[in-house]
Design a protein around this ligand. Structure first.
Ligand code: ADP
Ligand code: MG
Length: 397
């Protein structure tokens, strides 16, 4: 496959070379323990490969939001022990002061974590001084943090202009998956866009209608589209001030030859609670004034599964219902299972992302059966909006 960026395969002999590796180590911690190590595990392939090839591996990462001020509780020194345990290799902490001298004592194959990049006010400003300070610590630069690539910071973008720059294994996998889903996908392409509000995903919807063949709209945002089509959505979450925008999106889809799928049956309740007394399923035109739409109905969900069966590619962001509260996860779980089964059969490439979407796919037990699940929240959404991510652009110059 021809790619517009270089990977670890293009680095040549790196034995004894100092490699600066931008990773996402921004994990949640409580009482000195990492409470979710997903992001740490994702760094292992790149870090171990570089170390095994004899590089002196210096990790760059931010941790929390110190806003350019040194804060002991946000020091990456706190992560050295958990990361050592996870890797099963010694990892040393490298303070900013005297970093070059410490790195000069490191042997090929050794791994170190440099102090929180955001302690330096120049990091988020992508200041030349900061880029030069970091560049002086390495010979080569690897960016493995897609999740930070929507920010043009010194460690995510600036360094790629002053050192030979390569995508890490994690970045490579993410870019390949995203390219298959929206860059150069096999058609027909379906997009599922759900979640709470239209207002948070306007740019996503506008970008997708000109890219995909089927746009499946669910979640709270479907209510705004239904309202735009004259449906009375009762007490449902609905952005009535955006019905004009929703109409414009429907028009744009029509012009672009994109079929928009809105639910025609829905699951409603009078109160938002688990398994409420007032739970019922009805046609979208039968929602009472005191009812809320909380999920896509079973008939519409079956029709959506049939749509996926005709498609070769699926990109999914946002749950179809209020999935955290049973039984309003039913449509999301059912459609996710269909997508997973089609992926296993080899007829569908399925790519999903978004904080709640990943949680919903885990809840459905199918995250591993999708072709790719992105854990990069903000960066994934900006990519779905069709924006150029500065960290990626700098690698593909
Ligand atoms: P993601 O994090 O995957 O991008 P969002 O944050 O946009 O997804 O949306 C997820 C939220 O949308 C969930 O909290 C879910 O409960 C909510 N939601 C989905 N459908 C509805 C609905 N019909 N009414 C109210 N909230 C909904
Ligand atoms: Mg969310």
């Amino acid at each position: 496959m021809t790619r517009s960026f270089k990977t670890l395969d293009n680095m040549g002999d790196i034995a004894g070379k100092r490699v600066l590796v931008r990773e996402d180590l921004n994990v949640p911690m409580a009482d000195g323990e990492v409470t979710d190590d997903t992001r740490l595990r994702a760094t292992v392939p790149t870090v171990t490969e570089l170390a095994d090839r004899g590089a002196i591996v210096v990790l760059l990462a931010h941790f929390g939001r110190p806003k350019g001020v040194r804060q002991p509780e946000l020091s990456l020194a706190l992560l050295t022990r958990p990361y050592t345990v996870l890797l099963g290799r010694e990892v040393r902490f490298i303070d900013d002061q005297g970093a070059a001298d410490v790195i000069a004592t490191m042997e090929p194959g050794q791994i170190g974590i440099l102090e929180n990049t955001r302690f330096d006010p120049g990091e988020e400003k992508n200041a030349t001084q900061t880029v030069e300070r970091l560049a002086a610590l390495g010979d080569l630069y690897v960016n493995d943090a897609f999740s930070a690539a929507h920010r043009a910071h010194a460690s995510t973008e600036g360094l790629a202009h002053v050192l030979p720059a390569f995508a890490g294994r994690q970045m490579e996998a993410e870019l390949d998956a995203l390219d298959k889903a929206l860059g150069n996908p096999e058609h027909p392409v379906a997009a599922v866009v759900g979640g709470a509000k239209v207002s948070t995903k306007l740019d996503v919807l506008e970008h997708l209608v000109v890219k995909v063949d089927h746009l499946i709209i669910g979640g709270g945002m479907a209510n705004t589209f239904l309202a735009a089509r004259g449906v009375d959505v009762g007490k449902s979450l609905c952005e009535h001030d955006l019905t004009g925008t929703a109409e414009a999106i429907l028009d744009a889809a029509d012009k672009a030859g994109c079929t928009v799928h809105l639910p025609y049956d829905v699951v409603v309740a009078k109160e938002f609670a688990a398994n409420p007394q007032s739970l019922r399923t009805c046609n979208v035109h039968e929602v009472a004034a005191d009812e809320m739409i909380l999920d896509v109905g079973p008939a519409a969900t079956e029709a959506l599964a049939d749509v996926l069966k005709t498609c070769r590619t699926l990109v999914w962001n946002g749950p179809l219902g209020a999935f955290e509260t049973p039984p309003f996860d039913a449509a999301t779980v059912a459609l996710a299972k269909t997508a997973a089964a089609l992926t296993k059969e080899g007829t569908l490439v399925s790519v999903a992302g978004g904080g709640d979407t990943v949680a919903a796919l885990n809840q459905a037990g199918v995250a591993d059966d999708f072709s790719f699940v992105s854990t990069a929240g903000g960066a994934f959404l900006e990519w779905m909006e069709g924006k150029e991510l500065p960290g990626v652009a700098a690698l593909t110059r």
